[in-house]
Design a protein around this ligand. Structure first.
Ligand SMILES: *Cc1c(COP(=O)(O)O)cnc(C)c1O
Length: 388
């Protein structure tokens, strides 16, 4: 066993149940451990390394910026930050961007803006945010509070007030919550990631959106996991023909460097004023430069290719032995297996395929540019393991 595994166990806080593997290098969708064993990476750092490990275009962009300036405070302007914001606004219906460093922070910003919008427009008591049961929005005290899963709430009370939880697919139930509470916003994931890779129905999302628009309740989409090409569009909301008021994202945005973004639509673009929000590292030029190289490449042809790969995975796994169902969207895929998901993942690791879990499912989040033959090889292994 690598001596670093022992060291990590001694000195790093015990928050992660790690597998006994130390990854030392990789290229694309292949990574290697200390023994030189090769793995196909079907998790891409939980949907972070959008173009795989050591992608040349991304590396060039990052290195070029490193040679110029690695950080400036937000008291000054830098090119990559402005360029990345413009690119987002051109490719979406959104009007302005706030950059941070993570998904939780992107959601914190979304929540602050929703409350300020409602307070300015309707009155101070309009502070409630409706989220969904089984959602996941982050690990800070407020985003834990936004997360609609009791198990996240137990240990850290008191949590932030002002969140209520509706059932996914129960439109009437949420309308009722919105009338019982003075509501600022409704926040959803189009595909619940940590909750088990559950794609919400078009009727529900569109119905909820229309209700929000009618009642001037902000419609907020958490695209931390679903965004940046993961679901076959730049953002998953684009699959539904809706115009959210706030979109938060992170994970795949930076291609492997920490970067979060909160995008504001017409209603919310000017809610934040000087001093209302900030982040020391937010919009870091190196991270933004890497992100630009990612977002620029997510054109129609590339996204169609993501959809094609997705269809292949759904077709290959649906109805296979030991597989009860396949869920998700694009290259965000959940597999309900007859064997326990943890057992499947451990055996896949032995056979050189790294997969994730989400609740009781096996979860796949491969790099968006995973070569077809590598994807096929991984899927064959997963099928074999599930069918045993
Ligand atoms: C991962 C995730 C978050 C939290 O992101 P961090 O970068 O870990 O703070 C929030 N929302 C969703 C939907 C996520 O998948």
């Amino acid at each position: 066993m690598s001596k670093f595994i022992e060291k990590d166990k001694s000195f790093v806080a015990n928050t992660y149940k790690r597998f006994p593997i130390e990854i030392v290098c990789g290229k694309g969708s292949l990574v290697y451990d200390t023994d030189g064993k090769e793995y196909i990476d079907m998790g891409s750092g939980i949907g972070v390394t959008s173009f795989g490990i050591g992608d040349e275009t991304w590396k060039e962009a990052v290195k070029a910026q490193l040679d110029k300036v690695q950080h400036m405070s937000n008291l000054y302007y830098t090119e990559p930050c402005a360029e990345l914001a413009q690119l987002h606004c051109e490719k979406t219906v959104m009007k302005k961007v706030f950059f941070s460093n993570s998904g939780a922070e992107a959601n914190e910003c979304a929540i602050k803006v929703a409350r300020k919008y409602a307070q300015d427009k309707k009155g101070e008591e309009y502070s409630t945010i409706i989220t969904l049961k089984n959602s996941f929005h982050g690990r800070t005290i407020t985003t834990l509070s936004a997360t609609g899963q009791d198990k996240f709430h137990e240990l850290f009370n008191p949590l932030t007030k002002g969140f209520v939880y509706g059932d996914a697919e129960d439109l009437d139930g949420i309308k009722k919550l919105a009338t019982e509470n003075k509501t600022a916003g409704i926040m959803i994931e189009c595909v619940q990631g940590e909750g088990g890779v559950i794609a919400l129905s078009r009727e529900f999302i569109v119905g909820l959106y229309e209700f929000a628009v009618e009642n001037d309740i902000l419609f907020m989409v958490d695209e931390v996991q679903t965004g940046n090409g993961r679901c076959g569009e730049l953002y998953a909301y684009m699959n539904y023909g809706i115009k959210p008021d706030i979109v938060s994202t992170a994970k795949g945005l930076g291609g492997g460097l920490p970067l979060g973004a909160t995008l504001f639509g017409e209603k919310t673009e000017n809610v934040l004023g000087f001093g209302d929000h900030g982040s020391t590292f937010g919009g870091n030029p190196v991270c933004c430069s890497g992100a630009l190289s990612i977002i620029k490449r997510l054109d129609r042809a590339f996204l169609d290719d993501v959809k094609k790969k997705s269809e292949y995975v759904f077709d290959a796994l649906s109805g296979a032995e030991g597989i009860k169902s396949v869920s998700g969207m694009g290259l965000m895929i959940g597999i309900e297996t007859e064997r326990a998901a943890g057992e499947v993942v451990s055996e896949c690791i032995e056979r050189g395929v790294l997969c994730l879990t989400a609740k009781t499912k096996v979860r796949l989040l491969p790099a968006l540019n995973i070569p077809m033959n590598v994807l096929e090889q991984a899927i064959e292994t997963i099928k074999e393991v599930c069918g045993k």
